[in-house]
Structure formats: C-alpha cells, structure tokens
Design a binder for this molecule. Structure first.
Ligand code: ZNH
Length: 147
C-alpha cells in the first residue's frame, strides 16, 4: 500500500478542489492528442482530429477530457485504495479499449503541465512532487490489469 504524508494528502485534495474540471480536463486531453499524435488512434469515432485547431474545437474530445478527470476524482476520494478503485477501469482499458498503458503517463504529464501553468509560481517543487506521486499511483493502478 502507498503511504501518504499529511502534506501530500492535503496537496492532492487542494489541487483537485481548486481545479475547474470542465477547463482542465479538456485542456489536458487536447495537449495529449496534439503533443503525442499517436494517442489519436483511440478516438477514431470522435470525428475530425485533423490538426490542433480541429482537436481543440472538437466537443467529443472536450467531453472526454472531463470524463477522464472525473475518473481521476475517484482516486482522490480513495487515496488509500487506488488500485482496487481502478480494477474495473483497468480491465476496460486493457481488454475492451486496448489502450497502450504508456499513454496514461503521457496524459498525466500533460495534466501536470496544465495545472502548473494555472498555478504559476505557487506550483512549487514540493507540490509538483506530491502531484506526480499521486499521478504515478493512478498510472500504475490503471495499468494493473494488463497481461
Ligand atoms: Zn480512459 C474511457 C478514465 C486515460 C482512452 N477513460 C474512459 C472512461 C473513464 C476513463 C472513467 C469512461 C469509462 C466508462 O464509460 O465506463 N482514462 C481514464 C483515466 C485516465 C485515462 C482516469 C488517466 C490516465 N484513456 C486514457 C488515455 C487514453 C484513454 C491516456 C488514450 C490515449 N478512455 C479511452 C477511450 C475511452 C476511455 C478510448 C472510451 C471513450 C468512448 O466514449 O468511446
């Protein structure tokens, strides 16, 4: 089981409490699709992803960014049990969606960049360290059911 310090717990709660899911979720997914274009292959049914402008204007992408953040919210609410919390979602991504688990990390790096840009100078090294530790647990847990 992952151990969390009081600072880490408070920081993760604070980051998500201050986050506007409807802005940050889409922004993180847009970035992921633009910076790592091979991630677009999973969204073939989302219509036009022809260039960055099309991706940013695509309402299905925006909506899915929110879905992903709400999915992460489950980990925030279950910090002591992230692996079990994501067991089903991990099976879904592995067996049904066939998403390469490396992509979870790419998405979480994009999320870190979006949050850092919003927080500006307040996003200190200690805060980044707590956030990255949390995201690393999310990423490993989502990858747990891959064989
Ligand atoms: Zn994912 C889906 C979460 C990442 C791809 N996702 C999904 C969902 C959720 C999630 C919650 C819904 C489910 C149901 O419906 O049941 N994801 C998530 C998270 C994360 C993710 C938390 C973090 C990291 N994903 C991801 C990535 C990708 C993906 C990275 C790629 C690249 N997902 C996906 C898809 C889907 C999902 C494809 C399906 C969509 C539709 O709608 O179709």
């Amino acid at each position: 089981m992952v151990e969390w310090t009081e600072f880490e717990r408070a920081t993760i709660q604070d980051i998500f409490a201050r986050m506007d899911y409807d802005v940050v979720g889409p922004a993180a997914l847009f970035r992921c699709l633009v910076v790592y274009p091979w991630t677009q292959r999973y969204f073939g049914n989302f219509g036009n992803l022809y260039n960055a402008a099309a991706i940013i204007a695509n309402p299905m992408v925006a909506n899915h960014g929110k879905v992903i953040l709400h999915g992460m919210d489950r980990a925030v609410k279950n910090m002591d049990n992230i692996k079990a919390t994501y067991a089903e979602l991990s099976v879904l991504h592995s067996e049904k969606l066939h998403v390469d688990p490396d992509n979870f990390r790419l998405l979480s790096d994009c999320l870190t960049i979006v949050v850092a840009a919003q927080w500006g100078k307040e996003f200190t090294g200690e805060i980044q360290a707590a956030f990255q530790k949390f995201l690393a647990v999310v990423v490993t847990s989502l990858g747990k059911q891959y064989h």
